[in-house]
Design a protein around this ligand. Structure first.
Ligand SMILES: [Zn+2]
Ligand SMILES: [Zn+2]
Length: 241
């Protein structure tokens, strides 16, 4: 009843084409086929699709520092996904996270369960950005996945210490420079001893993975904080170069 009323007042739109969906549906049947899922073989560290027989890592991971142990991504970051992500991040279409979280669980749920993380850690946004936008999309996605898989979400461990330029506007070198010192962690609430015993394995969650500089900055900070194993989960990932 409550769900019916919510649907009536705030009908859910398809994350792809924007048509109003029947109650209970997260994507229209046409867009369900248009969003491109990531298929094996994938890069061990970021989850990007790679060519058969090209080794374990993508070009970017081969040539970059990586502090995480493995990475999973769900969708290819093509034009349709770019639009769905932009609607989520800049136009308040937070309903899109239901589709993203449901697909993450259906595609990667068993691997995440097997890894058995102590917590999901969303990549944080800076507090002024949070105030402008009103939410952190990575946190909403984490909360939904965490609820479905029974894994706690910790959003106050990593801190975005510095407001950074939007990564999408920067080249690779500048992205790295832009992120220098961007993240820290809450040492008071999570001292090393607590992290080593209670947060030995965590899964970092973000909406979009391009060069991996943001995730790597967070992973490095988590390692420094005392986390021993880190998995990455991104909803969408670029082609890499
Ligand atoms: Zn659609
Ligand atoms: Zn990779």
């Amino acid at each position: 009843m409550k769900e019916g009323l919510t649907h009536f007042l705030f009908p859910r739109k398809c994350p792809g084409c924007g048509i109003v969906l029947p109650a209970g549906e997260l994507v229209c049947s046409e867009c369900a086929n248009e969003f491109t899922l990531i298929k094996e073989p994938t890069c061990l560290l970021c989850g990007r699709a790679i060519e058969f027989g090209s080794g374990e890592l993508c070009y970017t991971c081969t040539n970059s520092d990586r502090s995480n142990d493995f990475g999973i991504s769900i969708f290819f970051y093509d034009d349709l996904m770019r639009k769905a992500m932009s609607d989520l991040k800049f136009h308040g279409q937070t309903d899109n996270t239901d589709y993203f979280a449901a697909m993450a669980v259906s595609r990667a749920g068993s691997r995440i369960r097997k890894f058995n993380p102590c917590a999901l850690i969303p990549v944080p946004v800076h507090k002024t950005r949070l105030m402008e936008r009103g939410y952190n999309q990575a946190e909403i996605i984490s909360a939904k996945i965490g609820e479905m898989l029974g894994i706690p979400v910790i959003s106050d461990l990593l801190i975005r210490a510095r407001k950074t330029d939007y990564q999408k506007n920067l080249g690779r070198q500048m992205r790295r420079r832009n992120l220098f010192g961007a993240f820290s962690y809450n040492k008071e609430k999570y001292p090393g001893s607590k992290i080593e015993t209670e947060l030995a394995r965590v899964m970092l969650v973000d909406d979009i993975y391009t060069t991996g500089s943001t995730m790597e900055s967070c992973a490095r900070m988590l390692k420094e904080a005392g986390v021993s194993e880190i998995g990455l989960l991104s909803i969408a990932i670029g082609a890499g170069n």
